[in-house]
Design a protein around this ligand. Sequence first.
Ligand SMILES: NC(=O)c1ccc[n+]([C@@H]2O[C@H](COP(=O)([O-])OP(=O)(O)OC[C@H]3O[C@@H](n4cnc5c(N)ncnc54)[C@H](OP(=O)(O)O)[C@@H]3O)[C@@H](O)[C@H]2O)c1
Length: 329
Amino acid sequence: MRAAVYTRYGTADEVRVVDVDAPTPRDDEVLVAVHACSVNASDTEALHGRPLYSRLGGLRRPRRHVLGSDVAGRVVAVGRDVTTFRPGDDVYADVLDRLGGFAEAVCVRSDALAPMPAGMTHVEASAIPQAAAIALQGIRAKGGVRDGSRVLVNGAGGGAGTYAVQLALLDGAEVTAVDTAEKLEYLRSLGAHHVRDHRTQDFTRDGRTYDVVLDLAGYRSVRAYARALAPGGRYLFVGGSVRTLLQVLLLGPLVGLRSRKRLRVLAVRLGVRHVAPLVELIQAGRVRTVVDRCFALDDVAEALRYHGDGRTRGKVVVVVREDDAPGGS
Ligand SMILES: NC(=O)c1ccc[n+]([C@@H]2O[C@H](COP(=O)([O-])OP(=O)(O)OC[C@H]3O[C@@H](n4cnc5c(N)ncnc54)[C@H](OP(=O)(O)O)[C@@H]3O)[C@@H](O)[C@H]2O)c1
């Protein structure tokens, strides 16, 4: 089969589409013919080997040589212990623990798979897993947001942010969306009440405060984030620099103590079994999935370049097979 392979951390120039052996499913695994696999920030981070936490699997060289975690496709074969899926089933999964989605086929543990949501194409389904899990747990975990809560989403124009903004709006929040200038019009079109360009406006220094800050691109100090919180407010670090992550982990509990501000790292529970509430909202037409651009498997390097260069609104998807009619019933 063909797969997009890289063996060294670096730029997208490291990625080559080559022939490799097709995987064979173990007893508890399912072999899935990949139809679509979306790009996440975790892919570009694992490509660059930056931030440092993306090297957990291999400090000097990547341990997994095929990126891609959010797959949608069709079951080709099942291991002998698998009773829940059959060849021909349309399925989707987040395989961040093993990667391998930018390929013609991938083996997935059967408990990580779910039937593809009814009425969706493979492209739409592949856009959901990681972004939806982050958005749901970022906006709705620990009491969620109340009517009128002031919510700020930093890094709002990407995959997780697009869902997070819409969820917070649905839950009645007053939403401020922060991203690069080119994406602000897009964020307004999602319904954000206020938008900020992170390059020219520092939301931690403009005197405004928020009940919830969901940070998908955290590069500031823990004190700066505490400043942006209203008393009783909550800051969640999801992605960004290792320096900020460590500060939030170690100092977060202390910094906000007196004003009851909570600053912590959100360790997202990934996997499609965690995204059902958002899938229902998408199927009901209350939240939309935004796919900015699709690329062919041969153009995975171009997809990774495009995702990392500041233009992407919502998701980028690699389409491996073109027969993409809506599935399910
Ligand atoms: N905590 C966990 O358990 C966990 C699990 C999975 C993923 N993650 C993290 O979740 C994060 C979000 O993922 P995603 O797939 O939604 O990413 P994404 O699609 O790349 O979106 C990130 C957005 O943030 C913007 N951005 C970049 N730097 C910024 C800055 N300094 N200030 C404000 N916005 C900025 C990006 O704009 P440009 O296009 O201009 O760069 C992009 O629109 C990633 O950092 C990933 O590592 C965390």
